[in-house]
Design a protein around this ligand. Structure first.
Ligand code: ASP
Ligand code: MG
Length: 394
């Protein structure tokens, strides 16, 4: 009997009616004869609401308590889904992340899974149960409750699929897979039937919300095929595997800040030490003779005001921080070596009167830093110039 791991995102379990439809799907999968493990996200916008609640109490909430709070969202949906499945006559049991044996490091709000010991899940599957697991959470070696970073239920699903020996994971959300750009931003974005782990990972790291970047990294390492599907529309899906593909995609990420550090390497070291102490990841660090700069994704830094203050204090007035920025990236195999493509990208931004603050390439990515207000226009301009809009063969 095969083990199937299904994950349902927040919009798929946003209310009791939708939760019931998910329960019907789970029961159907069980009746098809497979062992079924279901990972759920928090209902609808619950995680955002809990975060907002915490910020009403403290603008820089302590991350340990934030994890205690945020992890409740997934507990609500796991319990309700288990009830809905049992009500349909199929035996089911729900587990938290720690009960599922998901062991993480102790980096609160952004913990990394180190190990999965799914003994209780295996025991319950052997007894014929459908097992429902609260996504996005684990327990550190110090027995503290941790969360896995935004979108972390995907990571739970892939880590469980690997630990249970499943060969694929089905990730259900409100979109039927991966597109060449966010269809809410680019009207003629193309659906991608297949793409490679590398492409998907690069897109997720560039800010695409369809799948969590760590989840894709885990899937690649464990060779688990990801089937990204819409919960309520089964017409098509995107499959992410090791097979090479030649897709090109455009992704924007808002909520970025740039930190400029005046002075030499000593000043940069102090700024980086302040980032480390504040658990704030610096990205795309650049240092030269006249100073240094790096980017911070403020959107995933719950205590940004405190981190910002710490960086400024560490630099003793030598730091300048620009907020309200965005990165827009074009991702594709070999793009970073394609001079023609980079030239077209620069021309397209120029034609749209968008002046990037910074242009950088990596082997798979062309990346532009812009004012947040121009991000959507930049995505559209780059998509029009660089992504083949001819229908992709499905
Ligand atoms: N509920 C969490 C979030 O909104 C985790 C997830 O949805 O995967 O980020
Ligand atoms: Mg969510």
């Amino acid at each position: 009997m095969a083990i199937v791991v299904q994950k349902y995102g927040g919009s798929s379990v946003a209310d009791v009616e939708k939760l019931g439809r998910v329960a019907d799907k789970v029961v159907a999968a069980r009746h098809a004869g497979d062992d079924v493990v279901v990972v759920v996200s928090a209902m609808g916008k619950t995680t955002d609401q809990l975060l907002a609640l915490a910020k009403q109490v403290d603008e820089n909430p302590p991350r340990r308590e934030l994890d205690m709070l945020l992890s409740t969202g997934e507990r609500v949906s796991m319990a309700l889904l288990s009830m809905a499945i049992q009500k349909r006559g199929t035996p089911a049991i729900s587990f938290t992340g720690s009960q599922s044996g998901i062991i993480t490091n102790d980096r609160h709000f952004d913990a990394r899974i180190l190990e999965v010991r799914p003994h209780r899940i295996e025991d319950e599957l052997a007894r014929g149960m459908v097992v429902i697991v609260a996504g996005y959470q684990g327990m550190s070696y110090r027995r503290e409750i941790t969360t896995l970073g935004r979108g972390g239920s995907d990571t739970t699903a892939i880590a469980l699929a690997a630990a249970l020996g499943a060969e694929r994971a089905e990730i259900y959300s409100d979109v039927d897979g991966v597109y060449t750009a966010d269809p809410r931003v680019v009207a003629d974005a193309q659906h991608l039937a297949r793409l490679s782990y590398e492409e998907m990972q690069e897109m997720a790291e560039a800010g695409a919300k369809v799948l969590n970047a760590t989840a894709v990294e885990f899937a690649k390492n464990a060779k688990i095929a990801i089937h990204a599907r819409s919960t309520f529309d089964a017409r098509r899906e995107s499959v992410i595997t090791a097979a090479p593909s030649s897709s090109r995609t455009v992704t924007g990420q808002k909520g970025v800040a740039r930190v400029h550090v005046a002075g030499g390497s000593e000043a940069l070291r102090r700024a980086l030490a302040a980032c480390a102490a504040a658990h704030t990841d610096p990205r795309e660090v650049e240092a030269g003779e006249v100073g240094a700069s790096f980017l911070v994704h403020v959107g995933v830094t719950p205590d940004w005001q405190a981190a910002r203050g710490a960086i400024e204090a560490a630099c003793g007035g030598g730091a300048r921080i620009e907020e309200g920025l965005a990165t827009v990236s074009v991702v594709g195999d070999g793009l970073g070596r394609d001079a023609g493509a980079l030239g077209r990208a620069i021309g397209a931004l120029e034609d749209a009167r968008l002046a990037p603050l910074r242009t950088a390439t990596t082997p798979m990515r062309l990346a532009f830093l812009l004012a947040e207000a121009g991000a959507d226009d930049a995505v559209r301009a780059l998509h029009a110039a660089l992504v083949d809009t001819a229908p992709v063969a499905e």
